[in-house]
Ligand binder design. Structure first.
Ligand code: ADP
Ligand code: MG
Length: 649
């Protein structure tokens, strides 16, 4: 069954190499009960680890059940560890967070079945611990823990059990119980190989091998070999389908680990949480702003054009020295009289203004507009009246104020007829505009309207207007009107042919919509890159904590490998854990982001829209972060060597 020839093992210590096993050859028959004895440091454990496939010899051959071990791949080795051998350690090596039955059936999650309460119960009964089935290892005595470890080694019906000083940490009563269990197992046909330094235990075996300084000193048969031992059909490698059961188990354990280290997990989630909250919140704000601006635009109607002067100079020797082309009040009058398709025009000239009333001060947007604005922009005052064309022409100092301005300057008092100063010029308030609400972050009620001529000459000291709103009678005429406008303006200002395309811009609503879209796209890109950076930072946080977790649980990884976990199993386990962390962070982040946008819309009054796609996107992203940044720690864990991991302190 076992045949080793000239097995040697040496360790490199600095530039020296220490020979621990110096050429060991032996055969072990099926059904035997072999005790290996020897002084401490003689290489007993090293030999056991090699026999139990936890370690590889430096040289020599090992044939197990007719197969040369050196020729097996890592995955095949894992399957042999899982299916054919059981290992019992001096330190028991139970997983502390699990109950007895879970510890016993742990090897099953690496075969197809997953944890099995029933199978664990049968085995725990066999080792006399049926009533401790729900206890965790820290609630059990050493002898009880070792009996659980024996039950665990039996879960896959192994043909051989290796026990490295299984009673070394136990009192004499537990020692007797353990030996009794092993003896019974041997009677049932399982080959037992046990390391011990107690003569009394060695004498109970059927064959006693003494080791000293890495060589076999003596080998005697104490009892005859009775049965031929049991046969066992070995399950083959699992089919390469995705192990759903195992993954669910890993996710479940990931949650438990998370819950066991609440503060640490919370902190490591923080980066992802903030990143996702930022994505959701900012997208909600951006979408909200765009929607409210779009709504406003569509409420203006599709018959609106806006005329503005471009940045073109004419008349100088070089371009820079010329006079900049501007739209004048004359232009506005001519446009209205010469293009019949135009229903109405409203020139405007605006700027910021410092407004005072008595001791109150307020900084707001001051717009000079024509009386036609009242009708074109649905701005009939709720109190008082709008100014007339006559007032506009004589540059009257009258103002119609928005509700925000009214509230800030006058509070509850009626503003009609009061004198205010705009940039130190006295104006009389004659009306209050209807409330329009906010358009994204912009408060549309925080403005003052004054006659455009007064604004140009009395406030801003300029003889041109900034833009002209033009209302066309029929939307079908818009392209024609746009052309006529360009032509008329270019002619009036004698624009050279080379600059004619750029001198004046006429926007229609579709243009404005498009400009808006491209602006909001740029904004979205910007937000997305900020969010991406914060998510990467969050990912690094997760990677960091996962590396700590791998180091902390090196022993656990060693044990899992010893009971048959393949690389892929360990990889999945740690990936699942980092996905749990990042997805939990992501979910909390989504909650925070949604909460934030609700808060903004309730308290600050901006429109916010949380779109399902942004939530899905951030959720997917956080899961991806977990996979990407969990991969390195997980692969590091999966590559650990079983025996080195088990020895790790
Ligand atoms: P024991 O018979 O007490 O179980 P071991 O097989 O554990 O002895 O160890 C045999 C010798 O090998 C000891 O001298 C020990 O120091 C050495 N040894 C074991 N593991 C390592 C290692 N990973 N690196 C270096 N030396 C080791
Ligand atoms: Mg030892």
């Amino acid at each position: 069954m076992i045949e080793i020839k000239d097995i040697r093992k040496s360790y490199k210590m600095g530039d020296q190499s220490v020979d621990v096993l110096k050429g060991i050859s032996l055969q072990i028959e099926r059904g035997d009960f072999v005790a290996i004895m020897g002084p401490s440091g003689s290489g007993k454990s090293t030999l056991m680890h090699i026999l139990g496939l936890l370690d590889i010899p430096t040289s020599g051959s090992y044939n197990l059940n007719g197969r040369e071990v050196a020729s097996l791949s890592e995955d095949e080795l894992a399957v042999v560890r899982r299916e054919e051998v059981g290992f019992i350690f001096q330190q028991f090596n139970l997983l502390p967070r699990m109950e007895a039955w879970q510890n016993v059936s742990l090897p099953l999650i690496y075969s197809e079945d997953g944890f099995s309460f029933d199978k664990a119960q049968v085995l725990l009964d066999k080792v006399g611990l049926a009533e401790r089935i729900h206890h965790k290892s820290n609630e059990l005595s050493g002898g009880q823990q070792q009996r659980i470890a024996i039950a665990r080694s039996l879960i896959n019906n192994p043909r051989i059990i290796f026990a490295d000083e299984p009673t070394g940490n136990l009192d004499s009563k537990s020692e007797k119980e353990i030996m009794e269990i092993l003896r019974k197992l041997n009677e049932q046909g399982i080959t037992i190989i046990i390391v011990t330094h107690e003569e009394e235990i060695g004498q109970q075996a059927k064959r006693l091998i003494r080791l000293r300084d890495g060589v076999i000193q003596s080998d005697e048969r104490l009892q005859p070999l009775s049965s031929a031992g049991s046969e066992k059909t070995v399950r083959e490698l699992r089919p390469p389908k995705f192990p759903v059961r195992e993954m669910v188990e890993h996710l479940h354990q990931g949650f438990q680990t998370l819950a066991a280290n609440k503060v640490r997990s919370g902190l490591s989630m923080l980066g992802i949480l903030i990143g996702v909250a930022a994505v959701v919140g900012m997208l909600a704000l951006g979408t909200g702003a765009r929607q409210s601006i779009e709504k406003q635009l569509s409420s203006l109607g599709s018959n609106l054009l806006v005329l503005r002067a471009g940045n073109v100079r004419v008349g100088g020797v070089v371009q820079e020295s010329g006079v900049r082309i501007r739209v004048t009040l004359d232009d506005v009058a001519t446009i209205k009289s010469q293009i019949p398709a135009i229903k109405d025009v409203s020139p405007s000239s605006s700027g910021r203004g410092q407004v005072t009333y008595l001791n109150k001060n307020w900084n707001t947007s001051v717009m000079g507009v024509a009386p036609s604005y009242e009708q074109m922009r649905a701005s009939t005052p709720i109190y008082g009246r709008f100014f007339s064309e006559e007032e506009n022409q004589r540059r009257a100092l009258v103002a119609v104020i928005g509700t925000t301005v009214a509230r800030e300057l006058f509070g509850e008092k009626s503003p009609i007829g009061e004198m205010i100063k705009i940039n130190k010029v006295n104006f009389r308030v004659i009306g209050v505009l209807p409330e329009k609400g906010a358009a994204g972050p912009q408060d549309q009620d925080d403005r003052i309207l004054v006659p455009v001529v007064s604004a140009m000459y009395r406030l801003f000291g300029k003889n041109y207007v900034d833009s002209v709103d033009i209302e066309v009678r029929d939307a079908n005429d818009i392209p024609d009107v746009q052309d006529s406008l360009q032509e008329l303006m270019n002619k009036r200002h004698r624009v050279p042919v080379s600059a004619q395309g750029d001198a004046f811009n006429v926007f229609n609503m579709a243009d404005i919509q498009q400009a808006l879209n491209s602006t909001s796209q740029t904004m979205s890109m910007l937000l997305a890159s900020i969010a991406a950076i914060s998510l990467v930072v969050g990912g690094i946080g997760i990677m960091n904590i996962m590396l700590v977790s791998v180091t902390e649980r090196t022993k656990e990884i060693g044990l899992r490998k010893a009971i048959g976990a393949r690389r892929r199993d360990i990889l999945l386990q740690f990936l699942a854990e980092s996905i749990v962390v990042s997805v939990c962070g992501g979910l909390l982040g989504i909650a925070l982001g949604v909460g934030f946008s609700l808060f903004i819309s309730k308290v600050v009054g901006w429109t916010t829209v949380v779109s399902p796609s942004s939530v899905l996107l951030s959720f997917g992203f956080s899961a991806l972060i977990g996979i990407v940044f969990g991969s390195y720690p997980a692969s590091k864990a999966s590559k650990l060597h079983p025996i080195e991991a088990l020895r790790y302190e």
